[in-house]
Design a protein. Sequence first.
Length: 337
Amino acid sequence: MKQSPAAQDLLSAAQLAGLRRRSDGWGLALVAHAWGVIALAMAAAVHWPHPLVWLGAAIVIGSRQLGLLILMHDAAHGVLARTRWLNTLLGQALCAWPMFADQHAYRRYHLQHHAHTLQAGDPDLVLTGHYPISRASLRRKLLRDFTGQTGLAQRRGQFAAALGSPSRPLASRLANLLRTLGPALAANLILLGMLTALGEGWVYPLLWVLPALTWHQGVLRIRNIAEHAVVPDPSDPFQQARTTQANWLMRALVAPYWVNYHLEHHLCMWVPCYRLPQLARDLKANGHAQRLLTSPGYLAVLRRVTTRSDDTPGAGAGPRSRANGTFSDGFADGAMR
């Protein structure tokens, strides 16, 4: 594998100083934005009780649920907020737990991905290493995602793993469940309780659980495919991850909080998500534009990673990822890097 370039070889001292700056205000604002959009979508569905409004709200909320996991990802890198305790609080209590994830477990998993990107030892290799696949296969995967089949399988696997072996005493199994998923269950009970207190308890299953099991799963897969599937040179730090151009609609529904700048993130993983566009501009200004692997859009990526021919038996299936309850698309294959 080629040696990753040192940041000081890519950027000036002034550029590095600006990109390293973390902000409590930014972290608070981004988490507030995610939950604010979710609250507004829920309020719209309550105010205008129509199936089309509910559908639109579910799509918006599912995308912001992905946004919460992206912000958890920044917190796992220690860059969502400047103050350590606030970084942990935001990432864990307000981003990870509501999505049945755990920031600390995710960090251990995710840093292995950065250390061994697309090489032996990369825990995410099972997610995109089997691409390209046929268009028919991708359609089937996305159909399972958007209809909730993937999400239900993930949650069943997560709860089964937390309960442990059926041969163990029930009390021991329940204790392990609470130890493993207790904070996530508490966060979801709080959300349900708040909505019930407002007289709108139905919003929780329809506009929190359902989007998490459907739309969120589909955009999670698309995002993951765009980041590492069918790259030109898995051993080259400039070619082993992909940045995808995204217009305002794609940023709203598929790539929130600058997650489309994935190559830049891999080159400098200590840069907060809100400074990734500046990192991209700095790299281009310093003469690295031709080295950066970039796609013009998510549809272009999906065309790139699929073939016209249908599957041969077993082709394109790839190894299945464990349902580990992290941001990784271990979620999406049944997952945020």
